[in-house]
Design a protein around this ligand. Structure first.
Ligand SMILES: [Zn+2]
Length: 61
């Protein structure tokens, strides 16, 4: 995990509690408010945080 991801997370939490995760195995992306379940595509649980910039554009509350 890159340290820069944590820094970006602090900024994003002011607007939304949701986070975008990208499957570390197949690249499938989801937006959830908590820890993601296993990947619906490949059943992997190796999630990584996706780019935060995309979250603010895609999340509609
Ligand atoms: Zn996957």
């Amino acid at each position: 995990m890159a340290v820069s991801v944590e820094n970006a997370a602090h900024l994003e939490e002011r607007e939304t509690e949701k986070q975008e995760f990208a499957c570390g195995r197949c690249g499938y992306g989801i937006v959830v408010a908590s820890e993601p379940p296993v990947c619906p595509m490949c059943r992997s649980s190796a999630w990584g945080l996706a780019r935060r910039e995309l979250v603010s554009l895609r999340v509609v509350s």
